[in-house]
Design a protein around this ligand. Structure first.
Ligand code: ADP
Ligand code: MG
Length: 204
């Protein structure tokens, strides 16, 4: 992967597994400040595309350029179960060498912005599934990576939680990030500026 000024750019990407081609000659760009929904039925290759962009897989053919550090939001994000929501949200900043007090302050503000202020002191093990996923999203978004990849971040969540996670992703895009969100959910796609439908990308 080569660093570029902004965004994610995929050019002529062909990839698959064994004799199955998932996408052939796929070109797509996600400029900084925009959000794309990656759609298509289960098994179509959404997670594979995100893994290629993250650099976890090497494509058969084509180029992938990203603006810099890539942040992943997965379905079940590992968290420190016995620590508070606040500590978990602050943890991503600590890893970036932000001082503890500042990290906690920024995490507190971000939790409050996503209606999680009341849960800040609660241990993650005691949060609901939806609250937990929102804390994980806050943690990722706080890191301010130029590229944010979310793999079905709203799967099996209620509509209000889903809406709140979309708000966080859209806010990241507004702040300048290139956001890709793999999803089955038309409500999530409706919040995105563009839709990349992988079910029309295979030409095996
Ligand atoms: P989606 O996220 O859209 O559900 P995936 O990207 O996870 O789809 O998988 C796309 C296809 O590639 C599936 O048929 C899956 O079984 C296959 N696949 C994924 N990873 C591997 C792998 N490491 N080896 C072989 N096949 C794989
Ligand atoms: Mg997947």
């Amino acid at each position: 992967m080569t660093a570029v000024a902004a965004g994610v750019e995929v050019v002529g990407l062909t990839h698959g597994f064994e004799d199955r081609v998932l996408f052939a000659d796929l070109s797509w760009s996600v400029p900084g400040g925009s959000i794309t929904a990656v759609m298509g039925p289960s098994g179509v290759g959404k997670s594979t595309l995100l893994a290629l962009i993250a650099g976890h897989l090497t494509p058969w053919q084509g180029q992938i350029r990203t603006a810099g550090a890539v942040e992943w939001i997965v379905q079940s994000v590992p968290m420190l179960e016995r620590r508070s929501a606040l500590d978990n949200a602050a943890m991503g900043l600590i890893a970036q060498r932000v001082k503890w007090e500042e990290a906690r302050q920024r995490a507190q503000t971000a939790l409050e912005n996503f209606a999680l202020g009341a849960s800040a002191a609660t241990r993650v093990a005691e949060l609901s599934g939806g609250e937990r996923q929102r804390v994980a999203v806050v943690r990722s978004v706080l890191r301010g990576a130029p590229v944010l990849l979310a793999d079905e971040p709203t799967a099996s969540l209620d509509p209000a939680t889903c809406e709140s996670i979309c708000d966080a992703l859209v806010a990241s895009a507004r702040a300048g990030a290139s956001v890709l969100v793999a999803t089955h959910d038309p409500a999530v796609a409706a919040r995105c500026e563009k839709v990349l439908d992988l079910s029309v990308c295979a030409r095996a």
